[in-house]
Design a protein around this ligand. Structure first.
Ligand SMILES: NC(=O)c1ccc[n+]([C@@H]2O[C@H](COP(=O)([O-])OP(=O)(O)OC[C@H]3O[C@@H](n4cnc5c(N)ncnc54)[C@H](OP(=O)(O)O)[C@@H]3O)[C@@H](O)[C@H]2O)c1
Length: 328
């Protein structure tokens, strides 16, 4: 049975999720792909931290060790921020290694360049996990683009914000208390700035814009508002009038070809598809020319949903390679 050698960059929530799924589903993956998937090396910041990893796996804090591991076919990237992730992935592509990333902050800015570079080097890029975690939004948009035209995408793409707004409404608590609750339950980072300020949703929106429309609006022209200014009284007032606050990322292509995006809290009426999306779930509405509107709902984050999106990318890449072999 042929094998595929992989490395994982970043062994936190997401990287460990990938590792666990690849191990737990080893036999299934073998049956589905015809390959044994072997995790050969892991890159972390702190090599002294204790990790639940097989002893034959190289654990390093030097990316050269990953690149120098013989015959690496694929890299799963799950570190945080633009750099050094972009540099590492560029180097991997240059070496002919397929890449799969969950890093939306990096991919919003550098995704178009990485995709172009990958095409030139004849390797594949998976980025399903960058938007809405376990919700297969990227693959769905790709499929729709084959025979349709996307007009607009809007959605709740930040589970932390949605949890906080839900908690404020259901429990009648302040933003601060709801944020503490989100942290206590593991739904918010120690530093939740990107989540509650709208930054995280903005990065995801830009990734969707590139995919759906082949371009992004000028970043400074996109209004980005978070939920941190919403008061408990605002929520009560909205609820009494049968409205709900949702934090919505919204991108559309206008008739003149321009792209307009915005991110922020909006008041929705009960017949809106996002009105009933509570808690940490994400939901994305895709509006197309032929299909009308399609709504996808599911977990937007977490070890297994995100890890499984990355493993699904791996399967997709293996299938793409098989098709290319037949065609060439
Ligand atoms: N968490 C989610 O549910 C989720 C969902 C979708 C997408 N994402 C994205 O996935 C990525 C990872 O998120 P996470 O929640 O797994 O983060 P995390 O738990 O903080 O883990 C980050 C990992 O990356 C390693 N790391 C950070 N900087 C590094 C560097 N410069 N060189 C080498 N290793 C480095 C850390 O090493 P140490 O262990 O040594 O500190 C850690 O293992 C982020 O880009 C995030 O936006 C996360």
């Amino acid at each position: 049975m042929p094998s595929m050698k992989a490395a994982i960059i970043g062994f936190g929530t997401v990287g460990e999720g990938v590792y666990k799924i690849v191990n737990e589903k080893k036999e299934q993956l073998k049956k589905q792909t015809g390959y044994t998937i072997e995790i050969a090396a892991v890159l972390v910041k702190d090599v002294t931290k204790k990790r639940d990893l097989s002893p034959d796996i190289v654990v390093t804090d030097a990316f050269e060790d990953i690149l120098n591991t013989p015959d690496i076919d694929i890299i799963f990237e799950a570190i945080v921020g633009e750099e050094p992730a972009y540099t590492y992935l560029s180097q991997a592509i240059e070496k002919g290694i397929h890449i799969i990333t969950a890093n939306k902050k990096m991919f919003a800015k550098h995704g178009p360049a990485l995709l172009k570079h990958a095409e030139f080097r004849n390797v594949h890029v998976g980025y399903e996990a960058t938007v809405a975690g376990g919700v297969p939004i990227i693959r769905t948009v790709e499929n729709l683009l084959a025979g349709d035209r996307i007009k607009r995408i809007q959605g709740i793409v930040n589970g932390t914000s949605n949890f906080i707004l839900t908690d404020m409404r259901k429990e009648g608590v302040s933003f601060k208390t709801a944020l503490q609750d989100a942290k206590a339950r593991g739904f918010a980072e120690a530093d939740p700035t990107d989540d509650v300020s709208g930054g995280d949703a903005f990065y995801k929106l830009m990734i969707l814009s590139s995919l759906a429309f082949g371009n992004q609006p000028e970043w400074k022209k996109v209004s980005v508002v978070g939920i941190d200014h919403i008061q408990a009284d605002d929520i009560v007032e909205a609820t009494n009038a049968d409205f709900r606050y949702r934090h919505v990322a919204d991108i559309r292509k206008n008739e003149d070809g321009s792209i307009t995006g915005k991110v922020g809290p909006v008041l929705l009426e009960p017949d809106h598809p996002l009105y009933n999306i509570d808690g940490v779930d994400n939901a994305v509405i895709i509006e197309t020319e032929y299909l009308g509107a399609l709504t996808l709902i599911g977990p937007g984050a977490g070890m297994y949903p995100t890890g499984s999106a990355m493993v699904a990318d791996l399967l997709h890449i293996i299938r793409q390679q098989a098709t290319e072999l037949i065609l060439n």
